[in-house]
Design a protein. Structure first.
Length: 81
């Protein structure tokens, strides 16, 4: 049988990249994601102010793009540090 992966490292990378998301968040209302709601948006940023990745927050890609957009807008008007 022919090995489908060229090396062990590629097999390991394939398994780590194609994992299902552990924490799926479906409890976020679309109306809550707004730049005028900095308390809610601060849940998706780290202590240093970086935006947390999807694999940590567990939100969908569409919702993550919306959250990122609103965080950047809130930073532009100095509502978020």
């Amino acid at each position: 049988m022919i090995n489908e992966f060229k090396s062990v490292q590629r097999r390991i990378r394939f398994r780590t990249c194609n994992k299902t998301m552990l924490r799926r968040r479906l409890d976020i209302p679309k109306d809550a994601v707004d730049m005028l709601n900095p308390e809610f948006l601060s849940k998706f940023t780290s202590e240093t102010g970086k935006i947390l990745p999807r694999r940590v927050t567990g939100v969908s890609a569409k919702m993550h793009r919306k959250i990122t957009r609103e965080i950047r807008r809130a930073r532009a008007v100095n509502l978020l540090p």
